[in-house]
Design a protein around this ligand. Structure first.
Ligand SMILES: NC(=O)c1ccc[n+]([C@@H]2O[C@H](COP(=O)([O-])OP(=O)(O)OC[C@H]3O[C@@H](n4cnc5c(N)ncnc54)[C@H](OP(=O)(O)O)[C@@H]3O)[C@@H](O)[C@H]2O)c1
Length: 315
C-alpha cells in the first residue's frame, strides 16, 4: 500500500510504500477513493500531545496522517458485517492501532463505516466524517436542538461551520453564523443570518439574533471570549468548544453550560449524515481536490485558515 507519512514535525510528508496492514476478524480493508482533509491532520504532525498520543497508542511504524475516507471494501474479516464491494465512508482511529487515511487503502472495524448509496459520490461522502460528525454530536447529543431552537456558529464558513449551518436547518433550528465579508453569501445560503466579523464586534452583533440554545465554537476562545458567548445563552443553553485550550478546561469545571466536542466518526453517527447527503439536506462545498502526492500543499492551504468548506485528496 501507498501512504503519506510524517517522519517528524517539520519534515514534509513523504509518500511511502508500506506492507498491507493485518485484517482482524471484524475488520474490513477499504480501497480509498477520496480523503477529507481536516486541521487535525496537520495538528497531528506537530510535536504536541496528539503526536505523543499516537506514539504511545498508535499502530507503530511511520505516522500515516488522516482520518476521513470513502471507498470500496476489498476484503472483509469473517465476523465483519460488510460485504466485499460495499461502498463505504468512515474514519480511522489510531487509538485502535489503525493507520491514518492518507493512503490508497485503510483497515478499520466494520462499525467505523457507513454504507453509501450508489448515487452518493465518494468525494461528497469523504467530506463528512470529522467535519459533519462534530456539529452533529454538538447539535443532537450536547444541545438537544429541536425545531425552533436558536444556534450561533463561530467560524461558520469552514468545514465544520458550513455543516453546522445545514444540520441546524435540517433539525428545524434558526442558525446565525459568524464569518468574514467574502463568506457572507455562502453562510446566508446554508444558514439564516450571516454576522460579518469585519464590520464590528461579532458577539455584540450576534446578540440581536439570540438568545441561543447552542453557541458552537469552530474556532478558539482566544478569538471569541468564552464569557461573552456564555452571556448569549438561554438559561438552559450550551456553549460547545471544538477547539478547547487548557484554560477552557478550567472554565468548564466551573461553568455547567460549557462542554467540549470530539467528532469521532462511527457508523451510528455517519448513517444519518449519509442519508442527509442523499436527500440533499447536506451539500458539501469542495474548495479543492489534490492528488495524495500533494498532501503537503493541501496542509499548507488548510493551515492558512481560509478554507471555505472542504479540501479533498485522491489517492
Ligand atoms: N473537536 C473536534 O472533534 C474537532 C473536529 C473538527 C474540527 N475541529 C477544530 O475546529 C476548527 C475548525 O475546523 P474546520 O475544519 O472547520 O477548519 P477550517 O475549514 O480550516 O476553517 C476555516 C474557516 O475558519 C474561518 N475563520 C477564520 N478566522 C475566523 C474568525 N475570526 N471568525 C470566524 N471565522 C473565522 C475562515 O473564514 P474567514 O476566511 O471568513 O475568516 C475559514 O472559512 C479547527 O481548529 C479544527 O482543528 C475540532
Amino acid at each position: 500500500m501507498k501512504a503519506a507519512t510524517s517522519a517528524a514535525a517539520d519534515v514534509p510528508l513523504a509518500l511511502l510504500e508500506m506492507p498491507p496492514a493485518a485484517l482482524g476478524a471484524r475488520d474490513v480493508r477499504v480501497s480509498v477513493r477520496a480523503v477529507g482533509v481536516n486541521p487535525v491532520d496537520w495538528k497531528m504532525r506537530a510535536g504536541g500531545p496528539l503526536r505523543l498520543a499516537h506514539r504511545f497508542l498508535g499502530p507503530g511504524g511511520p505516522l500515516v496522517v488522516g482520518v476521513d475516507f470513502a471507498g470500496v471494501v476489498t476484503e472483509a474479516g469473517p465476523g465483519a458485517d460488510l460485504a466485499v464491494g460495499a461502498r463505504v465512508v468512515g474514519g480511522t482511529d489510531f487509538s485502535r492501532k489503525q493507520r491514518g487515511s492518507y493512503a490508497d487503502e485503510v483497515v478499520v472495524r466494520d462499525e467505523q463505516c457507513a454504507v453509501l448509496p450508489a448515487d452518493v459520490s465518494f468525494e461528497r461522502a469523504a467530506c463528512l466524517p470529522v467535519a459533519a460528525v462534530t456539529p452533529w454530536i454538538s447539535l443532537t447529543d450536547h444541545a438537544h436542538v429541536v425545531p425552533g431552537s436558536r444556534v450561533l456558529v463561530l467560524g461558520a464558513s469552514g468545514g465544520v461551520g458550513l455543516f453546522a449551518l445545514s444540520l441546524s436547518k435540517m433539525l428545524g433550528a434558526f442558525v446565525a453564523g459568524v464569518c468574514s465579508t467574502r463568506n457572507v453569501e455562502v453562510v446566508e445560503r446554508f444558514g439564516d443570518v450571516a454576522i460579518d466579523y469585519t464590520r464590528g464586534d461579532a458577539l455584540t452583533m450576534a446578540r440581536a439574533h439570540g438568545p441561543y440554545d447552542l453557541v458552537l465554537y469552530a474556532i478558539g476562545t482566544d478569538v471569541y471570549p468564552l464569557d461573552r458567548a456564555i452571556a448569549l445563552l438561554t438559561p438552559s443553553g450550551t456553549v460547545d468548544l471544538a477547539v478547547p485550550t487548557p484554560e477552557d478546561y478550567l472554565a468548564i469545571a466551573f461553568a455547567r453550560q460549557v462542554t467540549t466536542v470530539l467528532g469521532r466518526p462511527n457508523r451510528a453517527r455517519l448513517a444519518p449524515l449519509v442519508d442527509a447527503l442523499a436527500r440533499g439536506d447536506l451539500e458539501p462545498i469542495i474548495q479543492a481536490t489534490y492528488p495524495l502526492a500533494d498532501a503537503e500543499e493541501a496542509h499548507r492551504v488548510s493551515k492558512a485558515g481560509k478554507v471555505v468548506g472542504k479540501l479533498l485528496l485522491v489517492p
